[in-house]
Design a binder for this molecule. Structure first.
Ligand code: FAD
Length: 379
């Protein structure tokens, strides 16, 4: 496993850094939040990212993608994380896009993915029904009706669900509430009869939705993977999405750490820079070692996906367990070390804290992923 970026990945990262520094400073995210922008990000910027080929990085050329790997995607996602860019990589590429790529029959892939790669089509994956990440806890039902299915239920925290063109819905075709067997995935148009979408503003300034399904009709040609066997597909989608999210988090860790370090060097109290105090230096050193550790675990997980290693699921959980813990540490220490101003909304450091807090729990927190890792390793 290479712990350093390849030459191509470095070029991609530098291009992305220049792009985001110029077009997406942190105040852009703040004004989108303050104005309660109807979309929550800029569609024009997202399309520009499509033209640059970044949205299509993990998709095959046959559907308009660039056929590259998670090392390359991570190089771009890390830069999104540095500036808190709210564009829909997690919802449209990592969750919805991977569900279509891994589960859809070829005609459906060719119908949907080219416009995903160009930035014109937005997707969302509606899997969650409660506050916590528990992918088998599904009560939404899909009952057979003619050649297709009828969906009924309610989904919550559907990331970017308020603007998605298509929703991938996880519903129960058989089994009990927490059974792994009996789940199925369906592609539903957001405009379909019986779909009601209500926007939810999140603590990190991003948007999600509550999606209500009241007898929504879906054809059998819109099923992803096997009927009743959807959990296996969902599990693979979550592995990829988790590893992508961790790459974004590492970028946010880097920026949060660098800003905090700079503050320790600038802020004077009792006639000296506060960074001269050993108590704060030790805490900063702790942040840095944890950041480096997280970066290494995430790189390993990216390699596991790109090299098609059979420990990719365990690596995804190791990465998210570490990143969730580090998000808690770095986010909290940044606020503490900024003193009183860290508490205020005017200071950008609080925006980083809020994004890290949301990311800590998205797709499972540290406890969830340590438990999953232990299960996968047979402990
Ligand atoms: C909403 C809010 C509520 C508050 N409520 C209270 C309250 O109820 N009671 C109260 O007493 N205060 C309260 N405060 C004030 C808060 O405790 C101070 O902000 C805090 O003491 C940090 O001081 P500072 O802001 O001047 O930060 P700075 O002096 O800039 O310090 C930044 C960081 O360096 C650390 N630091 C500074 N000097 C040293 C040093 N010599 N050695 C080691 N570390 C050092 C600080 O602890 C902090 O982590 C509140 C602040 C806010 C924003």
């Amino acid at each position: 496993m290479a712990l350093i970026l390849t030459e191509d990945q470095l070029i991609l990262r530098d291009m992305a850094r220049t792009f985001f520094d110029e077009k997406s400073p942190v105040e852009r995210m703040r004004s989108l939040r303050d104005e309660k922008d109807a979309t929550g990000f800029h569609r024009a910027l997202w399309k520009e990212m499509g033209e640059l080929g970044w949205i299509g990085i993990p998709f095959p050329e046959a559907v308009g993608g660039a056929d590259m790997g998670y090392g390359e995607l991570g190089a771009v996602l890390g830069e999104c994380g540095r500036v808190l860019a709210p564009e829909p990589f997690v919802s449209t590429v990592l969750l919805g896009g991977n569900a279509i790529l891994l589960g859809a029959p070829e005609p459906l892939q060719k119908e949907l993915l080219p416009e995903v790669c160009s930035g014109e089509r937005l997707l969302a994956l509606a899997f969650q029904e409660r506050g916590r990440f528990a992918p088998t806890e599904v009560e939404t039902t899909a009952t057979r009706e003619g050649d297709g299915f009828s969906l009924r239920g309610e989904k919550t925290f559907v990331l970017d669900g308020h603007v998605a063109d298509q929703l991938v819905i996880v519903a129960r075709t058989s089994g009990g509430r927490e059974d792994r067997d009996g789940l199925s995935l369906f592609v539903v148009d957001a405009q379909a009869a019986g779909v009601e979408i209500q926007r939810t503003e999140m603590v990190d300034g991003r948007n999600a939705a509550t999606v209500r399904l009241d007898g929504v009709t879906v054809g059998a040609d819109r099923v992803l993977g096997d009927v009743d066997g959807g959990f296996a597909l969902l599990d693979r989608v979550f592995d990829r999405a988790t590893i992508g999210l961790c790459a974004e988090m590492v970028g946010t860790f880097e920026e949060t750490f660098e800003r905090t370090l700079q503050y320790l060097k600038d802020r004077e109290q009792f006639g000296v820079k506060i960074g001269t105090f050993q108590a704060l230096r030790h805490r900063a050193a702790h942040m840095w070692t944890e950041l480096e550790f997280a970066r290494s675990v995430v790189r390993d997980a990216q390699s596991a996906l790109d090299d098609d290693r059979d420990d990719a699921s365990a690596c995804a959980s190791a990465a998210k367990a570490r990143c969730s813990d580090v998000a808690h540490l770095i986010g909290g220490e940044a606020i503490q070390m900024h003193g009183g101003i860290g508490m205020t909304d005017e200071e950008e450091i609080g925006l980083f804290f809020k994004r890290l807090k949301a990311a800590e729990f998205t797709l499972g927190d540290g406890i969830y992923h340590r438990d999953r890792f232990a299960g996968l390793r047979g402990y």
